[in-house]
Design a protein around this ligand. Structure first.
Ligand SMILES: Nc1ncnc2c1ncn2[C@@H]1O[C@H](COP(=O)(O)OP(=O)(O)OP(=O)(O)O)[C@@H](O)[C@H]1O
Ligand SMILES: [Mg+2]
Length: 249
C-alpha cells in the first residue's frame, strides 16, 4: 500500500470532558507527512486534549482522527508513533536504561536493537553518565531528556511532542531543535505543541494556532512571520486578542 501523504487528519473534533468542560469545538486540521508542524495556543486551548485523542488515549465526544492513515488505537499504528508527554510520569525506581529497555520490549524491539539504540540515544540526549541513576533522582530537564530518548527509541515515523522545550536548558533546546530537524531530513513527521514561539518560528514548516478548542489560524510559518524574526509572537498575540474581541461582539 502506498504511504499516506497526510500524517494526521482531524475532522470536526469535539471534546467535552465528564463534568462539562468543553475542550474542543468542531476542530479540523491536516498535517502532511514529512512536515514539522507547530501546534500553538494559550493555556487551556485544547492542545494536550487533541494530542491525547490523536494517541487514542481517550475518545472524542464527536468527530474523527486518523494517524498515519489508520486508527491510533491499533497497535500497528501506535508502533509507528513516538510520544513525549507534557508531564513525565515514569516509575521513579527505574533507571533510564531500564525505562528504555521496558519501552523497547513493549514496542517489540530485539534485545540487541534496544541496547544499541539506547547507547546512541543516551549519548544524544546527554544522559549517558547518569544511565544507572534512578529516575526519582532526576531533575526536571533530565526527565524531559529521558522522555525524548523514549519517544525516539523505536525510530517512529511520526513524533508527537507535547511541549518538548519545557524544562530544557539552552544547549538541550538546541539539541531538541536538531533532533526535530533531523527527523524531517529522514522523511519523518513531527507534530509538537509549544509556547516557545521563537523555537516554532525557527523550525516549523507550518503552525496552527488554537484558541478555546478552535483553530484561529493555520498556515505556513513564513506566511505568518514574513521575514522578521520575532513576528510570530506578535501575530500570535494579535490573533488571540482579535478572536477574543470578535467573540465579545
Ligand atoms: N481531565 C480533564 N477533565 C476536565 N477538564 C479538562 C481535563 N483536562 C483538560 N481539561 C480542560 O480542557 C481544556 C483544554 O485543556 P488542555 O490541557 O487540552 O489545554 P492545553 O492547550 O494543553 O493547555 P496548556 O498550554 O496549559 O498545556 C481546559 O479548559 C481544561 O480545563
Ligand atoms: Mg497542554
Amino acid at each position: 500500500m502506498p504511504e499516506p501523504t497526510v500524517a494526521i487528519e482531524i475532522d470536526r473534533l469535539s471534546k467535552v470532558y465528564p463534568g462539562g468542560n468543553r475542550a474542543l469545538s468542531d476542530f479540523s486540521l491536516a498535517v502532511d507527512a514529512g512536515e514539522i508542524f507547530g501546534f500553538l495556543g494559550p493555556n487551556g486551548a485544547g492542545k494536550t486534549t487533541t494530542i491525547k485523542i490523536l494517541l487514542g488515549f481517550m475518545p472524542p465526544t464527536s468527530g474523527t482522527v486518523r494517524v498515519l492513515g489508520g486508527d491510533p488505537r491499533l497497535p500497528e499504528t501506535r508502533r509507528r508513533i513516538g510520544y513525549l508527554p507534557e508531564v513525565a510520569n515514569y516509575y521513579g525506581y527505574m533507571t533510564v536504561d531500564e525505562l528504555l529497555r521496558y519501552y523497547g520490549r513493549l514496542c517489540g524491539m530485539s534485545r540487541d536493537a534496544i541496547r544499541k539504540r539506547t547507547d546512541e540515544l543516551l549519548e544524544l540526549v546527554g544522559l549517558a553518565d547518569v544511565r544507572r541513576r534512578q529516575l526519582k533522582h532526576f531533575s526536571k530537564g533530565m526527565l524531559q531528556r529521558a522522555g525524548i530518548a523514549q519517544a525516539l527509541l523505536h525510530d517512529p515515523d511520526l513524533l508527537i511532542l507535547d511541549e518538548p522545550m519545557t524544562g530544557l536548558d539552552p544547549p538541550a533546546r538546541l539539541q531538541m531543535r536538531d533532533i526535530i530537524l533531523r527527523q524531517k531530513q529522514q522523511g519523518k513527521t513531527v507534530f509538537f505543541s509549544s509556547h516557545e514561539l521563537s523555537e516554532a518560528e525557527l523550525i516549523c514548516d507550518r503552525v496552527g494556532i488554537l484558541k478555546a478548542g478552535c483553530t484561529v489560524w493555520c498556515g505556513p510559518t513564513n506566511e505568518v512571520t514574513g521575514d522578521g524574526a520575532g513576528n510570530l509572537e506578535r501575530i500570535f498575540l494579535n490573533m488571540i486578542r482579535q478572536n477574543e474581541s470578535e467573540q465579545q461582539k
